[in-house]
Design a protein around this ligand. Structure first.
Ligand code: SME
Length: 175
């Protein structure tokens, strides 16, 4: 991208910028060769274009084999620093809360949330949005920010759009 185009995009009003990004995401979904490919592209685009999205990653639910273990969230495609939390049980963290309730969780100040599992000392706020396949949670999109209360209603809408796009893609690839 030319520098002037990059500056124009950065200075665009939030709603217009998010609509622009949603169009690009839609194109990525059409071009993706697999759900894994799509998840990787989504993390790259959000991390590059959304300046407050400092860590962007998917956790996917690993089904327990014959009920022997509890279900785990396993780190998938991500952008940002490596996290110590590559496997998260459903009863731990903001990630576990979003996956077990099937609801988006937005935390404006992670230091005040006792569920929070720290990835980086710089993280101040976080959003986690579940990914559904035919109404069942199969994973989630997790984003951390170095800024407090970084995730507005507009961000929530954008991140839910991404999670929905991945869920729809998985629906076509999973029997
Ligand atoms: N903070 C998350 C753990 C994952 S890292 O943010 C990448 C949580 O509380 O579940």
């Amino acid at each position: 991208m030319r520098a002037s185009a990059a500056i124009t995009r950065t200075l665009m009003p939030t709603t217009a910028k998010n609509e622009d990004i949603k169009k690009e995401l839609h194109q990525l979904a059409l071009a993706a060769t697999s759900a894994d490919h799509l998840m990787s592209e989504v993390t790259k685009l959000l991390h590059e274009r959304m300046l407050k999205y400092n860590w962007v990653g998917f956790y996917m639910l690993e089904e327990s084999s014959a009920g022997k273990q509890q279900p785990m969230l396993v780190l998938g495609a991500f952008q940002g620093a490596m996290t110590p939390h590559t496997r998260i049980p459903l009863n731990q963290g903001i990630c576990g809360a979003a996956a077990s309730t099937g609801k988006t969780v937005v935390v404006d100040d992670v230091s005040k949330d006792s569920r929070y599992l720290a990835c980086s000392l710089e993280t101040k706020s976080e959003i986690v949005v579940p990914v559904f396949v035919r109404g069942k949670v199969v994973g989630e999109l997790d984003i951390d920010s170095h800024f407090p209360a970084a995730f507005t209603a507009g961000d929530r809408e954008l991140v839910e759009y991404c999670a929905n796009l991945v869920g729809k893609h998985l629906e076509t690839s999973r029997p």
